[in-house]
Write a protein that binds this ligand. Structure first.
Ligand code: UDP
Ligand code: MG
Length: 309
């Protein structure tokens, strides 16, 4: 009998954890040749998620939980589940039922065909705001363009099956800011994709507001976010643009009024322009310095407060 580990990060999902367990259980009831475990990772929830998980774990032996000491984020939560998984394959999925458990048999079928990573390609239902759809598409296109991994296919979804051999590779990675969506692509292996339509969130609210999405985006691009350094880069950019406009205005002005360009103004504009340019470059260097800074501290990706196994 092969064992499948289902890893489910949960941040304020008190109404969903019981439901998703139920749905996954129903799916595996029909899969005769597989046993399963569900590893819930409580990522610093402030509602009754932990109490619900402890109750579930008391009633069902396949339910395991990991409780974080605080909110570490979705990606570290998935990593924690994978780190402690014991299955022959690991499937990561969201707690809010946006990732239909009914897709699990198809994923396992592909896995049995010999693929190591089964990723999913999310197509959005009509209800999801056009804003979120568009930003997500643009983000993954942009990310693919500036990095050496192609994320446009399946990059936007953490609903994924990984063979135990792949999980072993992830387990041994100690990147300061883990970004599984990118990593799963970067690692290679034999990959296959499955399409699905993301459902509506059943209960609770999405933990991702615009601010979190922006942060997630920056993490993905630089694998780190060091705000003041970004500020330096932004300021540099703004000053550069400003000085270019300034130049234009003075040139036009001198043509119209037939007076010479004041030496003082053109000098200042040149100074500001190159000052800005230098800030941009320094900001970019700083971003990478910040990444090194975070990496050398070697802090763990997450801290576990309690677990039942
Ligand atoms: N999640 C988490 N930690 C966080 C934010 C989210 O573990 O800081 C979990 C959340 O419980 C859910 C999954 O990650 O299972 C996806 O989050 P959400 O549904 O809020 O994101 P969306 O589907 O809106 O992108
Ligand atoms: Mg969701």
């Amino acid at each position: 009998m092969k064992k499948i580990s289902i890893v489910i990060p949960a941040h304020n999902e008190e109404d969903n954890v019981v439901l998703i367990h139920q749905r996954v259980k129903e799916v595996f009831a029909k899969l005769k040749n597989y046993t399963f475990e569900i590893i819930f990772v409580n990522d610093g929830s402030r509602d009754q998620t932990q109490a619900k998980l402890e109750q579930l774990a008391r009633n069902f032996e396949e339910v395991k939980f990991i409780e974080f000491s605080r909110n570490f984020g979705h990606q570290p939560a998935v990593k924690a589940g994978m780190d402690l998984s014991t299955g022959n394959a690991v499937i990561s999925m969201d707690a809010d039922l946006q990732h239909p458990p009914e897709l699990i048999p198809d994923m396992i079928k592909k896995w049995e065909e010999g693929f190591d990573i089964i990723y999913t390609i999310r197509t959005y239902p009509k209800q999801i705001s056009a804003f979120k759809r568009k930003t997500s598409t643009i983000y993954y296109k942009f990310l693919s363009a500036i990095s050496d991994v192609n994320l446009s296919e399946g990059g936007g979804s953490d609903f994924r099956l990984m063979d135990a051999s792949v999980v072993g590779v992830v387990r041994n990675m100690n990147e300061a800011d883990i970004f599984l969506r990118g990593l799963s692509n970067w690692m290679g292996f034999r990959r296959a994709g499955i399409r699905f339509t993301a459902g509506e969130r059943t209960f609770g609210e999405s933990s991702y507001d615009l601010k979190k999405m922006m942060k997630f985006a920056f993490t993905g691009i630089t694998a780190f976010s060091v705000k003041p350094l970004y500020l330096a880069a932004y300021l540099g950019f703004i000053f550069s643009v400003f000085s270019i406009f300034g130049y234009g205005i003075y040139v036009v002005h001198s043509f119209i009024t037939k007076t010479e360009i004041s030496g003082w103004a053109s000098l200042i504009m040149t100074v500001v322009f190159f000052g800005g340019l230098q800030l941009i470059i320094m900001g970019i260097i700083g971003i990478y310095l910040g990444k090194i800074f975070k990496q050398v501290k070697e802090r763990p990706n997450y801290i576990i407060r309690s677990k039942n196994f």
